[in-house]
Structure formats: structure tokens, C-alpha cells
Design a protein around this ligand. Sequence first.
Ligand SMILES: Nc1ncnc2c1ncn2[C@@H]1O[C@H](COP(=O)(O)OP(=O)(O)OP(=O)(O)O)[C@@H](O)[C@H]1O
Length: 345
Amino acid sequence: MNDTAKAPVLQIKGLNVHYGYDDRAVHVLRDVDLTLRAGEVLGIAGESGCGKSTLAYASTRLLPPPGLITGGEVIFTSQRDDRRFDLLELSDEELRRSRWDDTAIVFQGAMNALNPVYRIGRQLIDAIAAHRPGQRAKEHRARAAELLDMVGISADRMSSYPHQLSGGMRQRVMIAMALALEPQVVIMDEPTTALDVVMQRQIVEQLTRLRTELGFSVIFITHDVSLLIELADRIAIMYAGVIIEDAPARDVRHRPRHPYTHGLLHSFPPLHGPRRELGGIPGSPPDLAALPRGCAFAARCPVVLDECADTPPTLLRPDEGSPRQAACLHHAGRSTPLPDIIGAR
Ligand SMILES: Nc1ncnc2c1ncn2[C@@H]1O[C@H](COP(=O)(O)OP(=O)(O)OP(=O)(O)O)[C@@H](O)[C@H]1O
């Protein structure tokens, strides 16, 4: 089955977020469209401040003030029954029922969200019991032990307090908690960033295995595109609050279309394969409160054209049915195969 043939499980459509109110509000997410398909790992990468966390929070209705969703839809389509709804339209009660059961979230620094005064077994059991009140305590306990085992932590650790576990183990407990109710979608925002490379690698491998075993879909957010290349089926690159490239991971790796993607790839050492020269991207992202009229990346772009200053590029497919999209004037209106402009220069 090709990438676009799988059923969509989460469709983010025209999502807009502002921070602040009145004429001082800053438009942070601008018309974001993104589709997560059944069983897929969709990676989202971009430098700090480009809106990745805002996207995760907004699409799960967890955006704290002064963030405000100012437009769009987040359609969840269950793969197990015939439920289909816009998460942004749910009542608080409906949202409470859907959260963790349909969509679970592991946030940045989630390992610090464990309560220091309760044993980890207790915290897992409480989370399961809150959503499965019909089950017996014995079943909750067995499920908690099974979940810990799934993430490679022995069940006798149930009686440990969070401070008795390493950072990597605590993060795995949080992943176990997210998987407790067998959600169909798991959103992970920088789940491995605070960990060392070895632990990061172990968690990513574990996640890949669990995804295959349990069949959930993942949105994995990180600033490290090299990590996504290992893990994701598809990668969306964000810059200044918009998606600027969305393509299968292998295409992002071998033939990035957007000069920003190309720059990101040369900002992190690859986890595998030949070494490449690390250049980084000179300059820094623009102030979202004062975006330029044309392409937001123009000032940093190594292949900028004159018209980039005035014409904002839109996310386009080279042709109907292509799994790739890029928002760059170099690619606008061209048919496949797109010339690899960046490589050619
Ligand atoms: N509470 C807030 N009030 C005002 N602006 C905010 C607030 N939180 C975030 N922003 C702005 O929104 C933009 C996007 O931030 P966001 O945290 O979503 O980016 P990110 O890509 O996840 O970055 P990081 O990787 O550093 O978490 C940034 O420019 C930030 O300054």
C-alpha cells in the first residue's frame, strides 16, 4: 500500500493560532494542514520557535493562554469504530473521554510530570483506573505491570519512586502511561531531547517496535531532523509557523526540496551512513510579530530569487497524487521530476 492509500486518522486542516489579544496578537500558526495516516510515524521538525509545540498543544486542545485557536479543524477518524469528529468542537466531557483513549500525548520534559511523592506503580494504576472504572483493581495492577514490561522496565520497579529511576526510565514510564489505554494516536513533543544519545536511541527503537506491535500512529516532534530520518515514515518541516515541506522521509533525506530542509539536514550529524559536512543555517528565524511580505526564509536562503521578497510561496504538490509538497518558488508550477535545484547549485 502506498503512503496516501492508508486511511487518515488525524487531519489538521487550516489550523491557526494567535498568542495574545487585540492588535498585539501574534499570528503563530498560519493555516497548517497536516494528515496523519493509520500506522504512520509523522515527524515534525524545525528550529526552536517555529511553532512545533504550539501545533501539538493546539491540536489536542491543551494550548495554555494566551494561546488562542483562531481557525481550523482537527478531525479524528477512529480506525476501530465509526466515530469521526472535530476535536476542536468537542464538549469538555467528550474531550475528557477521548483524551488518552483516542489520542495520548507525551510532552517535552514529561518525565518531570511524575508526582515525586507517589510510587510509579500507583501513578500508572491511578491513570488506568480513572479511564477503566469498570475493571477490578487486580486488572489495573496487571495492566500497569504489563505496560512497564512493554517499555523494558521490570515490574518490580512498580514500588519505586520517580527519583529512584534514571531520566530515561522516567520518560519510558511516561510513554507507558500514554499507551495505557491503547490510543490510536500518540503525539510526542521532543520526548528524548533531555536524554543522552544512547538512551535516545533505545527509546526510539522501542517506540518503533511498539508501533509495529500495537499499530498506533505517531506524531513525533523534534528539532533534530536526523533522528526523524531514522524513525519517521513522513516528515513535515515547519518554519515561522507554517509547513514548508511535507514528504516521505526517504525523499527528505535524499532529495530535500526546500532550501531550509537542506540547511536543517546539514545542521545535525546523521545517526547512520556517511558523514556529511555540518554547515548549519546562518542567521536566525524571523520575528513572528514582524514577518517579511514574501518568503519568511528569504533572508537566510542560499538560493533566494528576486521575487521571493514579495511573493509568499504556497505549499504545492508537483502533481496530483504526489506524496511530496514544498513551499518554495523554485518548485512552483513545475511538473515532476522536479529539478534538484539546491543540489545543482
Ligand atoms: N505563551 C506565549 N506567549 C507568547 N508567545 C508565545 C508563547 N508561547 C510560545 N510563543 C511563541 O510562539 C512561537 C512558537 O513557539 P513554540 O514553542 O510552539 O515553538 P517550537 O518550535 O516548539 O520551539 P521549541 O522547540 O523551542 O519548543 C515562538 O515564536 C514563541 O515565541
